[in-house]
Design a protein around this ligand. Structure first.
Ligand code: C2E
Ligand code: CA
Ligand code: CA
Length: 553
């Protein structure tokens, strides 16, 4: 039964099987509340009908104990209603009823005869407390995206895990590629719109998960694992987030950690999902990645390397090795490539594959390249002073070097200060570097070429379409990628074409990685000018290379 509604008043639900008692309660409370009355059997339905309006429930359990407790249980188990304060009215001081009621989460239990004034004061307090909790609850959401904040996310996730220890859960981390750049490019307002859109999509896409704005441009979702369903659902989610983005060309990366261990700290679970993303940042065709323990191992390893690289450089643990290049016509040495080695007192001999990619990521490569160039210059100077017959030495220039302001100029200056002839230094650049068509790179390489340094293109043919651009870039030498030589029989025609084409463009050709006489012979037959490979020599430490040079003279 419902009275006339006063919009300014809260609504109280009174449940009792006794009409007279219902009337008595209604008469007492109607000045403060709109009243809805009903019986225990329909208590829950009344709540549903009046959703959002009801601020409190008085339930007289006399005459319908079972139905009353059933209704209370239903209410308390429903996340929409569980916060509504319930006061039970019992006919006696039954400890059993009290225990049962409190275990279900009711706010208070009052015995008949009820002091209604006292009951009213208590009810008001409970309603007020609940309202305050609602306000706090609102604060639990991030204003921009309306997703949970980190703190409330953690609390909710902990609750969910506690309630369902038998279930398996996962964490999905979401991060944007280069959001800082997006911010500079489009401004804060547009980026806020974008983040709000992501929030909206996440709320719409997720029925059961708990989504959260974890930090500025980081989001996480906690979800229940459902064997095969998750991955296709998550891929679809990735697609939706990408296609619905209001900003063009945004790249979103997903990191998944599942199943999480339910005893593991939630923050560390999220960290792991974000760590996984680190592995695919900047990797164009990888959008979704799973965390596994190897990633952790790799990152720990990287961390170790990162911690000691600077001191290793100072302590002379990095060494420059030289690998000879031989002329196929004369068989004589005609050049060498400088290759870095790291001989660590604890980790031992490390090959570049173990640290160069990391140094390229963290920028340390520019210090290494500068170190190699300086070492090469001082070795050349020394050999010159010994009147040795010298050959040009190629230096590997990393893509990052061009973007360090002043790096290139200062290296050229250093060479001149050491009084090294320009034709003794070759610069090896990689093919992918030219493909990016960065003006900044071309300008610097062109300048070096004009100053008399020979420019070699490393790893030619290793995967980027490159034939067309050969004529339009500053180049002198083409180094065929090692993979062609590895399968020379299969690649014979391709290699022959590449060599012919390079010659027509007046480039010198170098083949890398020849290990057998048959390979050397074949490359010679195909017209290749120079060969660098284990057939002649592995990369050698400076002193051994010095002997090698002397023996060749
Ligand atoms: P890269 O520039 O293509 O160097 C050639 C690699 O092929 C070297 O590996 C060399 O040891 C190897 N190699 C040469 N001949 C043979 C052969 O007959 N058989 C086999 N199996 N391998 C052969 P390394 O020294 O391990 O260097 C790997 C890569 O690390 C280099 O590839 C280069 O990209 C990078 N790197 C090495 N030193 C430097 C450096 O000082 N600066 C920069 N930026 N990168 C460097
Ligand atoms: Ca090279
Ligand atoms: Ca190479």
């Amino acid at each position: 039964m419902q009275q006339n509604i006063d919009e300014l008043k809260h609504t109280l639900l009174i449940i009792s099987e006794n009409q007279d008692y219902k009337n008595e309660l209604t008469d007492f409370f109607k000045s403060d509340y709109n009243i809805i009355t009903g019986s225990a059997k329909y208590g829950f339905d009344l709540l549903i009908e009046n959703r959002s309006k009801i601020c409190g429930i008085l339930i007289d359990i006399q005459n319908a104990k079972k139905e009353s407790f059933d209704a209370i249980e239903l209410i308390k188990n429903d996340s929409d209603f569980s916060n509504i304060p319930i006061i039970i009215i019992t006919e006696s001081d039954s400890i059993e009823d009290a225990e049962k009621g409190f275990s279900l989460g009711v706010s208070d239990i009052i015995s008949k005869p009820v002091n209604l004034k006292l009951c009213s004061v208590r009810l008001k307090n409970f309603v007020k407390m609940n309202e305050m909790q609602q306000v706090l609850h609102e604060l639990a959401r991030d204003e921009l995206t309306l997703l949970f904040t980190k703190q409330s996310f953690i609390r909710r996730v902990q609750d969910r895990i506690k309630k369902h220890p038998e279930k398996k859960f996962g964490i999905l981390a979401i991060e944007f590629e280069n959001f800082k750049l997006t911010n500079t490019q489009y401004g804060q307002k547009k980026c806020d719109e974008y983040l709000a859109c992501v929030g909206r999509e996440l709320r719409e896409l997720l029925f059961t998960g708990i989504p959260c704005r974890y930090s500025g441009d980081q989001f996480v979702v906690f979800y229940e694992c459902q064997s095969n369903v998750n991955f296709s659902y998550i891929s679809k989610m990735h697609e939706d987030l990408t296609t619905k983005s209001p900003l063009p060309n945004q790249v979103i990366k997903f990191g998944i950690y599942e199943p999480i261990s339910n005893s593991e700290n939630i923050i560390s679970c999220c960290d792991k999902a974000f760590l996984a993303i680190k592995q695919i940042k900047g990797v164009y065709d990888k959008k979704i990645v799973f965390y596994d323990d190897k990633i952790n191992e790799k990152l720990l390893n990287e961390q170790k390397i990162q911690n000691c690289m600077e001191s290793s450089l100072l302590n002379g643990e990095f060494k420059v090795y030289y690998q000879p290049k031989h002329d196929t016509k004369t068989g004589k040495i005609a050049g060498a490539e400088a290759l870095i080695r790291w001989i660590h007192p604890e980790y031992g001999f490390m090959s570049p594959a173990q640290f160069i990619p990391l140094f390229e990521k963290n920028g340390f490569i520019s210090k290494i390249d500068a170190f190699v160039l300086k070492q090469v210059c001082s070795d050349l100077k020394k050999w010159q002073s010994m009147n040795m017959k010298l050959v040009p030495v190629s230096i590997n220039i990393s893509r990052r070097d061009y973007f360090v302001e002043g790096w290139f100029e200062s290296q050229l200056k250093m060479i001149d200060q050491m009084q090294i002839d320009h034709d003794l230094i070759h610069l090896e650049v990689t093919e992918s570097l030219y493909c990016e068509q960065t003006e900044l790179i071309i300008q610097q390489v062109e300048k070096a070429q004009k100053l008399g340094y020979k420019i070699e293109m490393d790893d030619f043919g290793s995967g980027y379409s490159s034939l067309g651009m050969l004529s339009s870039f500053p180049l002198d030498v083409i180094k065929l990628d090692i993979s062609f030589v590895r399968e020379l029989e299969k690649n014979e025609i391709v290699v022959e074409c590449m060599i012919n084409m390079a010659h027509r463009l007046k480039f010198i050709t170098v083949a890398e990685g020849a290990e057998t006489l048959a390979q050397v012979q074949k490359l010679k037959d195909l017209g290749c000018d120079l060969i660098q490979g284990y057939f002649y020599s592995k990369p050698l430490p400076s002193a051994e290379f010095e002997d090698y040079l002397k023996n060749q003279a």
